[in-house]
Design a protein around this ligand. Structure first.
Ligand SMILES: [Zn+2]
Length: 241
């Protein structure tokens, strides 16, 4: 009897270990910045040219004008990954982004983690937001950035079936340095490479630091010879294409 329990315990232990490892693997997969199961994902592009894309997530918000004015003063183009619900709240700000020649990307309708969600929910999150973006007068390519960078099976499958590209990032200054404009600036200047996609959150709770850092990020990278392009312009410069 004792032997039986020992054996059962060992089998269960092994099973538990397998489940933990599988869970860990799925977590890694859902967070991967440069890989997904289906369709094209871009986190940066291979190019010899000193170009970078500034991307702003989670907008629009009441302070959209501040970001747009900095970009106008610095004569730089950027890409805004907007949330459908926020577009409904701030239609004028969304139209202003499009009217000033910036790119609009889809960052879902509700900003929920799109893992373990039904295909119909994923479809709604994407299509409703695309309609809102078109309604704001934007006519260019719309790429998708997953909320929290999370994707697993249904989301990449839906995107690839509908020819929508996933865009992540390779420079994320405010992940470690939220609220610290000086550190955001230093990190961005240090980590940006030709073809980088820079992720900022000017509309978040600590977004004022990102906004304070933005003019200096643009000036600092320009001094190093960089110019700023939108995500779809950057993708065209990929020497691997
Ligand atoms: Zn987000």
């Amino acid at each position: 009897m004792k032997k039986f329990f020992k054996k059962t315990f060992m089998v269960f232990s092994a099973l538990a270990l397998v489940l933990v490892l599988a869970g860990f693997g799925l977590l890694m997969l859902s967070n991967a910045r440069s890989f997904q199961l289906f369709g094209k994902l871009t986190d940066r592009v291979d190019t010899g040219r000193k170009v970078a894309a500034l991307t702003f997530d989670d907008g629009p918000a009441g302070n959209t004008g501040e970001v747009l004015d900095i970009l106008r003063d610095k004569n730089a183009k950027a890409t805004f990954y907007v949330i459908g619900q926020s577009v409904e709240l701030y239609p004028d700000q969304t139209r202003a982004i499009a009217a000033r020649g910036h790119e609009l990307g889809n960052h879902s309708y509700s900003h929920s983690r799109l893992i373990l969600k039904s295909p119909s929910r994923v479809e709604l999150e994407i299509e409703k937001t695309n309609e809102l973006i078109r309604g704001a007068g934007y006519a260019g390519e719309i790429t998708f950035r997953p909320p929290y960078g999370k994707k697993l099976v249904v989301l990449p499958w839906y995107l690839s079936r509908n020819n929508i590209e996933t865009v992540m990032w390779d420079v994320e200054p405010d992940t470690e340095h939220a609220g610290d404009a000086g550190a955001i600036l230093d990190y961005t200047l240090e980590k940006t490479e030709p073809g980088s996609i820079i992720l900022l959150h000017p509309f978040g709770p600590e977004g004022s630091a990102d906004i304070r850092a933005l003019p200096e990020i643009i000036d600092g990278l320009r001094e190093e010879g960089y110019s700023f392009v939108t995500v779809s312009e950057l993708k065209k410069m990929d020497s691997e294409n």
